[in-house]
Design a protein around this ligand. Sequence first.
Ligand code: FAD
Length: 416
Amino acid sequence: MSASHVIIGDGIAGSSAAETIREEDPDADITVITEEGEALYNRILIKEFAKGKLPEAPISIHEEDWYAERDIDLELNTVVTEVDTDAKEVHTYDGDTYEYDKLLVATGGTPTQLPVDNADAEGIHHFWTFQDARAIRESAEEADTGIVVGAGLLGIDLAAICGAQDVEANYLMRGNCWWRYALTEDGAEIIHEALEENGVTPVFDSGVDHFTTDDDGHVTGAVDPNGEEFDGEFVGVAIGLNFNTEFLEGSGLELDDGIVTDEYMQTNVEDVYAAGDITRFYDTILGEQAQNGAWGSAKEQGAVAGKNMVADAEEEEFRWVSSYSITHFDFPFLSFGHPTIGDEYAERKYSDSEWRRIAFKDGKVVGGVLIGDLAPQSKFKQLIREEREVGDQKEVLLEQSVDLDKLDASAEVESE
Ligand SMILES: Cc1cc2nc3c(=O)[nH]c(=O)nc-3n(C[C@H](O)[C@H](O)[C@H](O)COP(=O)(O)OP(=O)(O)OC[C@H]3O[C@@H](n4cnc5c(N)ncnc54)[C@H](O)[C@@H]3O)c2cc1C
């Protein structure tokens, strides 16, 4: 008899696992449970919908038929409240029970709210689901003034939405530059200028002390920790994610700001796997636990978990260099690998719209940021995968056109 597979989460990780399991085992029972009311859609594209640049249809990836055609049970609007790993059961808010032989948890995260007064006022938006995008689009279309909080990869989407929707916005940031953990002022300057050109004003050394509201409880603005006041009928907050693990309390799964897995996406509990944003997986390249919050990585982890859930053997390993691009401006932007964990960095500005920063750890490239010219990305990714010690050859890596043949031949190739 084929095994029964239950997958919690129908994001790209859960859905790609379901697809892989079906490819590997035509007879497997597969159930995908999601609290959302719609099947898999392209989370990357919902920002283009919120900008008003795309209709709904192209954002959907799978219609419900897609699951039916593959004999996969899709349970929409179903919230998992408990996992009993002894009885191998999943319990839902509606009181239903799903029994499993193999379980995949691919539940991602939920945006964090600012811990300040009026943080839940009407008109204050967080951005993760298609439903959020619909509300953001409607609210931004009606607003003249806006405030964006969160100087990272999701915050900049909210800023770009303000720009596209003609909302005159202030982008409140802690510190003196956008994404200060991965960029320095030299590179961030390119982003700041592009924001200004889009009608969004970066405000540095700022943040939110509290939001102000009108008598109806709708947001009217924010006061920053310096006492400065900003008007905003529309507010977008993107300060991070809380991983969706509450329902795993008492399950015995090892949690550490996410679910801890090995390189096979297996948790510490037998027959339970995890994939996608929620994992703190063993990164075979870094040789330590790591996290990725990116579409491509979540898709690959889902596929790896799916294979291993069927194979009954630890045969497929997750080994991946993640990347994340931003397409809001008239120059390209790409972050790759782990750009914030370096113990050393090298950077260069080539022009008003071209900049590069490379992160090294123990002499090896572990990540970086490219602005303006993405051509070297495949070479940097290759160096990461090969775990080559090139930290003493930064000049070669900073040349505008990177030629790996110029690297000292003695640079050690440790694997592959
Ligand atoms: C606006 C936006 C723009 C982005 N842009 C990019 C980009 O340009 N490039 C890039 O690489 N990445 C981007 N990302 C990140 C990328 O979308 C995520 O890394 C990826 O979607 C994670 O997939 P996942 O399957 O792990 O989790 P998710 O997509 O979060 O899916 C998790 C699913 O689990 C469900 N769930 C959670 N808890 C429960 C429960 N208790 N019961 C039932 N179901 C539950 C959720 O409802 C959700 O459907 C963006 C994200 C957003 C929000």
